[in-house]
Design a protein. Structure first.
Lengths: 162, 162
């Protein structure tokens, strides 16, 4: 299956597409959609939406997965993030791609095997799970790949159970 | 000028289009985009986005205006609302329509002349300002019209000052 993981952020939205059978994962593409804080917020949302739409058009993922939005964090940041997340969910729904969401804990559990893993541990495990010879330059892209791996693993398990 | 006011909500998104010279306002259209809580959230966002896109295509507003999102309210509700608001801002940006946002206080001040006005007072004033012979059936549509009136008034004032 092909999965697009999205790590939403108003300044930096990470993305990562993987091919996976649930156990073995290969990276197709990963990167970051950057927007400038100098742009009006609605223009930034448009840039993110168009970036995700291009990705979906080019790589035809079966699923789009994002992290659940956290209520506990700084309220203003969480609200901004929810706007971006709304746009990401819309891009997924527009393309008729399956949608899945996971908590940060589930993502870390599935990639590192430990829910309170640090960012650097996630990066190391993502690199290892995807058999990459070089480190992933961007933390946001790595986080997006982790979300994609999490979904691939969960989806494979549900298929096996079904 | 023609203004589209949007009152975002995941179950009910009110909309109202007015023509205005800043002092005299006329309603073009108003209503509500309803989505079912039974639908997956991403499908509801898609329904709202497509509803707003149709409206913009049909009525060609110069401006789209929405209320600022409130931080104080129930965190879960505010986050859901922010998703819808992200989609509304995207629809506005996609169409190249001017974007404006106002606090609930500004909207009430501009329509009722009193920032702590009750919902029913807003409804009465919206009806009166738009010279409507009948009451507006939906509170969400009335709130959206209030936002549109607020922007028309502010925009006219800024033009006069410029």
């Amino acid at each position: 299956m092909r999965v697009l993981g999205i790590d939403c952020g108003s300044q930096r939205t990470g993305y990562g597409v993987i091919d996976s059978d649930g156990a073995d994962h290969r990276m197709v593409v990963a990167g970051v959609i950057c927007t400038s804080p100098k742009w009006p917020f609605e223009k930034r949302l448009l840039e993110i939406a168009n970036g995700l739409r291009s990705l979906i058009r080019e790589h035809h993922p079966e699923f789009g997965a994002v992290e659940e939005v956290f209520h506990a964090a700084n309220a203003k940041t969480a609200l901004k993030l929810a706007h971006v997340r709304g746009v990401a969910l819309l891009a997924i729904a527009e393309a008729g791609v399956g949608f899945a969401e996971y908590s940060p804990l589930e993502v870390k559990m599935s990639v590192v095997g430990y829910g309170r893993a640090e960012k650097s541990q996630v990066q190391v495990m993502v690199r290892s799970l995807l058999h990459l010879s070089e480190a992933i330059a961007s933390e946001d892209a790595s986080d997006a790949l982790a979300i994609a791996i999490c979904h691939a693993t969960h989806e494979a398990t549900s298929r096996r159970l079904a």
